[in-house]
Design a protein around this ligand. Sequence first.
Ligand code: COA
Length: 117
Amino acid sequence: MKLKMSFLAEPSDANYRGNVHGGKVMKWIDEVGYALSVQYSGKYCVTKFVDDIEFLEPVHIGDLVILKAKIIKVGNTSLRIHVNVSSESLVEKIKKQNCACDIVFVAVDDAGNKSQI
Ligand SMILES: CC(C)(COP(=O)(O)OP(=O)(O)OC[C@H]1O[C@@H](n2cnc3c(N)ncnc32)[C@H](O)[C@@H]1OP(=O)(O)O)[C@@H](O)C(=O)NCCC(=O)NCCS
């Protein structure tokens, strides 16, 4: 199962040099992973673990940002999701690979305890 999110990087996402903050990119990764894990499991899910993140290229204001999330492992209560972040400058048409990482979500019940998927 996969999920794709795309949107424009906004000025409020970026620092004074016009590059998007690393923490913002991490938030997007968390959001797409969250949406896919809830969509798949049908349950509320929480972030349990984020694998190494390396920022390869900066995302600039106005770039089209594309996040692609894919489930790579379904456990008893957890889902391991691979997320790829790429961007495209729409005028120059330059495409960049910005970063990729694995993120693990755990399904939880109303009490916040882990729950079977
Ligand atoms: C999620 C939570 C309910 C899990 O409870 P827990 O008793 O610690 O769960 P476990 O250690 O048994 O792990 C649950 C699942 O996560 C997996 N997991 C745990 N640590 C992991 C790690 N470092 N890497 C990969 N998977 C991991 C386990 O393998 C297990 O998967 P499975 O059931 O599919 O086999 C609890 O840790 C919690 O509430 N954490 C805070 C979540 C949160 O607030 N996230 C927001 C970010 S701050």
